[in-house]
Design a protein around this ligand. Sequence first.
Ligand code: FES
Length: 54
Amino acid sequence: MDVTRGPRLVRDVDFVVSPDGETSEATRPVVALCTCGATGRPPWCDATHKLLGD
Ligand code: FES
């Protein structure tokens, strides 16, 4: 099992700043950040990682 694949859950943050400086508001107490790079709505995980082959 590849433990690096899948979202990282982050708790109690107001916003996330991407490496290119774009700010995204966190509207929930716990948010899931994409770590695979395949999401259709960065920086959030949209579960696309489940479709990636190993
Ligand atoms: S980690 Fe879930 S879509 Fe990238």
